[in-house]
Design a protein around this ligand. Structure first.
Ligand code: URA
Length: 196
C-alpha cells in the first residue's frame, strides 16, 4: 500500500472511532484533525490536540499557535509543506482542556502508525503531553525530565530499527503569552535546522 493510502486508512478509522471526543466532534459538526504535510518529511511535529480553529477546518495548527509555528518555521527557512504536523489526540477536547490519559490511549496508536509510515528522522514534540508520550513510547523514559530542563535537547532513539532524534520543544501556545518562552522556542528551532 502507498503511504498516501495507508494514511487515508488512518483517517477513515479516526472518522469512525467511537469516543466521547468523537461524539463531541459530531455534535458540533467539527472535523477530526489527522495531520498534514509531506509524507516523506524528515521532521514530524507533534502537538497535543486540535483547538477550535483546527476542529473547524480539519487542519492542525491553523489558529494562533499555528501562526506562531509558521513564524518559527520561517525563522529557520523550512517550508511548512516540507514537514509533517500532527497531534496525539485527533479530536478536539471541549474547552481546549488537557487531554485525559484515556484519550491519549485511544488516539496514540494512530500517531504511532503515522510515525511508522512517514519515518521521520526527527520528531519534535510540542508541549509536555507529546514529549511524555513520545519519550515513554520510544525508549527514552529514563531521560524524561520537566520540559523546562530538556527543551531543545536532542535524544537519540530508534523507531522500528531506524535512527530517530527526538527534540522536546515548548508548545507554541505557551509562548504566545510568555516572551521568554518565545525566545527559547526560537533558539530551540535553530537546533532542528542543524539536524536536517
Ligand atoms: N494546539 C495543538 O496542540 N495542536 C493543534 O493542532 C493546535 C493547537
Amino acid at each position: 500500500m502507498s503511504k498516501t493510502s495507508e494514511l487515508k486508512k488512518i483517517k477513515d478509522e479516526v472518522v469512525a472511532i467511537e469516543t466521547e471526543l468523537a461524539r463531541f466532534r459530531i455534535d458540533n459538526k467539527y472535523f477530526p484533525v489527522i495531520g498534514e504535510g509531506s509524507h516523506d518529511a524528515s521532521i514530524m511535529f507533534i502537538g497535543e490536540a486540535p483547538g477550535e480553529s483546527e476542529a473547524k477546518t480539519g487542519r492542525p495548527f491553523v489558529g494562533r499557535s499555528g501562526q506562531f509555528l509558521n513564524e518559527l518555521l520561517e525563522g529557520i527557512s523550512i517550508k511548512r509543506e516540507d514537514v509533517y504536523i500532527t497531534n496525539i489526540v485527533k479530536d478536539r477536547p471541549p474547552k481546549n482542556r488537557d487531554p485525559q490519559a484515556s484519550e491519549i490511549e485511544a488516539y496514540a496508536p494512530f500517531l504511532d502508525r503515522q510515525i511508522a509510515i512517514i519515518k521521520p528522522k526527527v520528531i519534535a514534540t510540542l508541549g509536555r503531553f507529546s514529549m511524555e508520550y513520545i519519550m515513554n513510547r520510544y525508549g527514552l523514559s529514563f531521560e524524561l525530565e520537566p520540559i523546562s530542563r530538556i527543551h531543545g535537547k536532542v535524544f537519540d532513539t530508534e523507531v522500528l530499527g531506524e535512527a530517530v532524534k527526538v527534540v522536546p520543544l515548548y508548545h507554541p501556545a505557551v509562548a504566545l503569552y510568555n516572551g521568554s518562552t518565545r525566545d527559547l522556542l526560537k533558539e530551540d528551532f535553530k537546533v532542528l535546522k542543524k539536524l536536517i
